[in-house]
Ligand binder design. Sequence first.
Ligand code: 16G
Length: 169
Amino acid sequence: LDWADYADKFRPAITAEQPGDGLLVRPLQKEDYDKGFLQLLGQLTEVGDISREDFLKRYEAMTACPSTYYPVVVEDEVKGQVVGAATLVIEQKFIHHCAVRGRLEDVVVSDDYRGKQLGKLLIAVITLLAKRLHCYKITLDCKDVMIPFYSKMGYTNEAGRANYMTIRY
Ligand code: 16G
């Protein structure tokens, strides 16, 4: 799997380097607290009222885990706003010869930026990053309505062997 495998999925063609006019794909940074990152996550699920201090503490805690959290954002540099985000989490395993695996988490694109292929771009970037970091697999969980979208990006429902089960607290 490499970038060429995604080429036919983007019309017009966009890449991580050229995601569209005024847009930039980059890692999350501390300043994103003031660029609407948490408000964007609020379009995915409940976020809550997070103070700057709490945000920075969590950011530092993630950074302190080397090679584990890879939060990626799309910024509209004209507006100085984060308009898309997705995170790769790497989990260390004993199985598969002490392998690592990836999880694609917290994918969200702002309502106002629909139709710019940014969701697809984030999926491609994270999926290829996981491969480059030697993950033996990457998984995600999502709502039923999102299954066609992730299927188009190469994710499959491994029926019978990979059900997603939950306990909520
Ligand atoms: C979706 C997300 C997951 C996120 C969860 C939050 C993707 C691929 N999946 O399942 O990462 O953490 O929603 O929903 O982005 P929750 O608040 O119900 O846990």
